[in-house]
Design a protein around this ligand. Sequence first.
Ligand code: SAM
Ligand code: SF4
Ligand code: SF4
Length: 320
Amino acid sequence: MKLEDIGFYTLSDARAASASEFSPLSRCELILTDKCNFKCPYCRGLKNQYSGDMDFDKAANVVKQWTLHGLKNIRFSGGEPTFYEYLPDLVLIARKTCEHIALSTNGTAPLETYEGLIKCGVNDFSISLDACCASTADLMSGGEAQFEEICNTILELSDKAYVTVGVVLTPDNISEVGDIIDLAHFLQVNDIRIIPSAQWKQSLDSFKINKEILERYPILEYRYNNLKNGISVRGLSESDNHRCPLVLDDMAVVGDDHYPCIIYLREQGEPIGKFTNISEVRAARARWYETHNVYADPICRMNCLDVCRDYSNRWKELHS
Ligand SMILES: C[S@@+](CC[C@H](N)C(=O)[O-])C[C@H]1O[C@@H](n2cnc3c(N)ncnc32)[C@H](O)[C@@H]1O
Ligand code: SF4
Ligand code: SF4
């Protein structure tokens, strides 16, 4: 399988063939704030030490340093990143080298906020849509989800940028997954990413998605086929690569801390170190790559995602 077939524009055989400590940075994610207007029951938030907004000078320095290493794909997230006052300023800095500027958002900001961000350079929105009706949306968001407004925002943005809908599956919405996918399709999104919540270990083989829909959305098809074929969404097995080449040209940062990847950060693992200078950080990441057996690390072993696992295994194939 070629990595392109998965459907993520950040994952390709060309990247895997050339990725190293010295190649341009490929995919970096910055957490800007822990503030959020939702209380999704499945969301575990960030470590206490990262509460509040990231200091603007620090955030700007991180993005500047990334652009110095040729970063192509950046993602801003949170909490809810649209609450971060200086998001437009960071987007303008990222524009220097980034071809894709992505935002993970719950879709509740006013449409004008998103349109303003598009003017600055955001061209990719990952919007959470965990329901196909207002009552389930309220349940999944832990409050009043503004369901209709979010749907309208998704529809409007789909016309102006690359939009992926993210659907976290839990026992509360699993019976609606087919209808959520139909709704996302109706809203004209570019792709659909379903993912069982990190806490939900039960296997999902109880739903069907029709062929025409699957053929239209590569990431959905990839994940659906994995679920259908009993290939776990999370976790590593003995036969998988025991090193993680993604750490060579990916980064995930919150506060001053650099993490191996966004999963590692969300699972509250230990950071690789504090940010000082980009060359030092890359060298530290390369050391982590060389010395860290990810199969022996319970965070990676339990939580690594199928896409990352496939990338890592393909990397090994291409370099053997
Ligand atoms: C933490 S949110 C931050 C961005 C924004 N507030 C949002 O909800 O899209 C980033 C992504 O993580 C997902 N997420 C949060 N908790 C999760 C969990 N326990 N398992 C799987 N995905 C989760 C969210 O659905 C969202 O797609
Ligand atoms: S909207 Fe995002 S950050 Fe907020 S609680 Fe839900 S998943 Fe967490
Ligand atoms: S969770 Fe996966 S992608 Fe993240 S560091 Fe571990 S092996 Fe690498």
